[in-house]
Design a protein around this ligand. Sequence first.
Ligand SMILES: Nc1ncnc2c1ncn2[C@@H]1O[C@H](COP(=O)(O)OP(=O)(O)OP(=O)(O)O)[C@@H](O)[C@H]1O
Ligand SMILES: [Mg+2]
Length: 383
Amino acid sequence: MGERVVESQEQVQESMWIEIIKRMETIYAELANSQAEIERKNRELIEAKEFTDNIIRSMIDALIVVDSHGNIKMVNRATLDLLGYEEKEIIGRPMEVLFANEDRKPDKSFKGPCFKRLIEEGSVQNLEVDFHTKGGERIPMALSGSVMRDSTGEVIGVVGVAKDLREMKKLVAEAAAAEAERAKAAELEKAYKELQQLQEQLIQSEKMASIGELAAGVAHELNNPLTGILTFSHLLLKNTPEHDAQRADLQVIVDEAVRCKRIVQGLLGFARQKDPEKSPSDINKIIEESLMLLQNQAAFHNIRIIKELNSRLPLIMVDAGQIKQVFMNIILNAAQAMPEGGSLTINTGARDNFIEVKFIDTGCGIPEENIHRLFDPFFTTKA
Ligand SMILES: Nc1ncnc2c1ncn2[C@@H]1O[C@H](COP(=O)(O)OP(=O)(O)OP(=O)(O)O)[C@@H](O)[C@H]1O
Ligand SMILES: [Mg+2]
């Protein structure tokens, strides 16, 4: 019996060992398994880190990470290239070395208010700042940043991305310069046009003056012989009996001579260029008077006259007689341009510091090529 007990004790021990070995094998297997798992995880972690490192390295913009005290923890290649630092020269230094103030010195004031505000608000976007390079250069940047917190909500740092604004600022400046250049060119063009206009006016007035002189000379020369013709043809007519067949011919001579005299008088008037006698005048009244003198003429029978006269116009300083002459000529021209009838609209109004009078007829219009000749004296297309 005692032997059997011993035997079974041995058996128990053996099976225990077997059990222990089995368990150890399992544990080893599990260990090996988890070792493989850890290695796999590690590999994955390394890959993930390489991936993010790669992203950070290939970023064009500057990436900067600072800790909760505002000391630089990490920067990417772009930041180092931009600022001219080696990594070891900048890691661990306070973040204000990154920023420049007006005097191109590191900006101590940046850290305080801005960093506090950033922490309070959690993020900033496109804050315009100046970076300070190792060589003392100032680079305009647009900085965006956001606060990093751990799982308990404690601030562990700030990650910031800054974009170099030099190229953009250069483009903006270039665009502004181009715009200024364009404006200058436009101004020059305007000045040139004004000069050209002035020159044309000058040529015009010179032309008028020389034509005036010529006309005055010719008119003066013609005046005396004409007076002779008129006097003697009158005398002849007076002395010719009523039924004489020659009276009609003589009458033609007298009439034509009177016409010549009137033309010569007109030329003399044109050459003398009377100074205008200006007085405060009502432009609408001048128009009404001009119309009154013309309206009953045959040329106006088929023409409807539409008056759009602004009754609240101020009086203006003009020579009423001369302006009336001008208006009558323009109105007559309009009627002559509408032999088959039509309408003439006369419109008055105030614009800026001027009074504007428009004559709009439904006639044939003036061909483009004649427009510039309208102020030439004696220019006509009429037979
Ligand atoms: N309203 C108009 N419509 C069409 N053509 C016009 C008009 N006004 C003027 N013109 C053109 O301008 C030319 C010059 O006009 P302007 O009054 O100086 O002389 P005119 O009418 O020909 O002669 P005058 O006035 O001495 O009888 C006219 O011959 C005509 O061709
Ligand atoms: Mg005319």
